[in-house]
Design a protein around this ligand. Structure first.
Ligand code: HEM
Length: 242
């Protein structure tokens, strides 16, 4: 029997992959990349950028975050579960193979692959980063004043510093291009012109996030803040946060 080839339009198709529950999970995956995972990523970049104002400003911001009401529930339901869902379902979409490729006429194109590889890189980085920052060494929930010193200590390893550069770049790229994909799939950017504008906006966003991330990293290497003690005087930390 002759094989029927369905012509497909070029560009990012609207979200139509799967039917029934698969369609639901696909939509949820797409949405979760923006809310809450993307929102958390932006918050994380902003909070860490306080390091550019020095160890006391950084301690003040960490103290503010760790003292939020219901912080553990916020962490579990606002970050860990959505991030795990987006990541694991992202791997599932990736490795589902053939069936998925048919949904993407632009499969094989560089940005398509980059979205998967940056996701995987960000995943490896986040797993390591969460483990070292949250589950090893001095606990920042109870010792927020030690935040600057803890990061500084970690960055003494050139391997760790290089992994930070790679992780920040991968997450920035993935989120910025993800925003472009989201707008195309949810019918926010329909015309060719609006998609072009959105691609420029996401490139600017990626560059901005990478620049902010690198400036933040550089703060931990500034000569005047070298060897910051883990026991920063609490009073000073509070003062400089205001
Ligand atoms: C820094 C954390 C992350 C953020 C902020 C984020 C954000 C996003 C956004 C906004 C999208 C576009 C949604 C859409 O396709 O409509 C997306 C897509 C995607 N993400 Fe993530 N993501 C993150 C981590 C990950 C991880 C760890 C993986 C694991 C591989 C991953 C895999 C994917 C895949 C495969 C897509 C494309 C889905 C498709 O083409 O249909 N993401 N992400």
């Amino acid at each position: 029997m002759a094989k029927v080839i369905t012509p497909v339009a070029r560009g990012v198709p609207p979200l139509r992959a799967g039917q029934g529950s698969s369609f639901f999970w696909r939509r949820l995956h797409s949405l979760s990349g923006i809310v809450p995972v993307g929102v958390f990523l932006i918050e994380h970049f902003i909070s860490n950028a306080f390091a550019t104002n020095g160890p006391w400003a950084y301690a003040g911001q960490v103290r503010f975050l760790t003292s939020l009401p219901f912080v553990l529930l916020l962490e579990i339901f606002g970050i860990y579960i959505p991030l795990l869902f987006h990541s694991l379902y992202g791997f599932y979409i990736w490795f589902r193979g053939e069936a998925n490729v048919r949904d993407y006429p632009w499969a094989g194109n560089f940005m398509y692959s980059a979205q998967r590889w940056t996701g995987a890189t960000a995943f490896a980085y986040m797993a390591w980063h969460t483990y070292t920052m949250r589950f090893t060494g001095i606990h920042l929930m109870t010792n927020p004043q030690a935040a600057f010193s803890k990061v500084q200590l970690e960055l003494q390893s050139h391997w760790a510093a290089a992994f930070y550069v790679i992780g920040i770049t991968a997450a920035s790229w993935h989120f910025a291009y993800g925003l472009y994909l989201f707008c195309a799939k949810w019918g926010i950017t329909v015309s060719e012109r609006s998609r072009k504008a959105m691609s420029v906006a996401s490139a600017v966003l990626a560059i901005t996030l990478i620049a902010v991330g690198m400036a933040t990293l550089a703060a931990f290497f500034r000569p005047q803040w070298q060897n910051t003690p883990a026991n920063l005087p609490a009073q000073q930390a509070v003062e400089s946060a205001h």
